[in-house]
Design a protein around this ligand. Structure first.
Ligand SMILES: [Cu+2]
Length: 161
């Protein structure tokens, strides 16, 4: 093998190597772009498919209440607890900040019990209180669409003796 043959072979090798690298780069760029698209789609659709994590759970001698609010009201119209129970209330707003009415915030207030909780758009907020006196209490949101007077934006907390 002459010197020039060796040189030619080396150049061929180099060219092959560069081609491979370019291809790896193209594949990586494609995978990166694809990941970004999948992430973006997932990010924007997540609230739509998010599990409805609302409900009332007994924990020891208290209750955890997960309640969600949107423009069409609270997803639990009536909550039953027992007098003396410690209540942890988690309020989630399902609306985003693009809502002109209330800016996507929702409230959970019970005047008689001094409960006044506000959840920011697409966020949760929580508070704890003790269910003292048995009775039927109205909880409401006074932030959005007609507020307190809107029949969908309120519900009942029943404290059983
Ligand atoms: Cu509201």
């Amino acid at each position: 093998m002459s010197h020039s043959d060796k040189e030619r072979l080396k150049r061929q090798h180099q060219a092959e190597h560069n081609k491979q690298r370019a291809q790896i780069f193209r594949v990586s760029a494609f995978v990166a772009l694809l990941s970004l698209v999948i992430f973006a789609v997932g990010y924007f659709l997540a609230p739509v498919f998010a599990p409805k994590a609302s409900g009332v759970t007994q924990v020891g001698s208290g209750k955890i209440i997960n309640i969600q609010a949107a423009m069409d009201g609270f997803d639990i119209p009536e909550i039953r607890v027992k007098a003396g129970e410690q209540i942890t209330l988690n309020l989630t707003s399902l609306d985003n900040s693009m809502h002109s009415d209330g800016g996507g915030k929702h409230q959970f207030a019970i005047d008689e019990l001094g409960v006044n909780l506000v959840a920011q758009p697409l966020s949760s907020n929580s508070t704890t209180f003790t269910a003292t006196k048995p009775g039927v209490y109205t909880f409401y949101c006074d932030i959005c669409c007609g507020g307190k007077a809107n029949p969908t934006m309120n519900g009942k907390l029943v404290i059983e003796a």
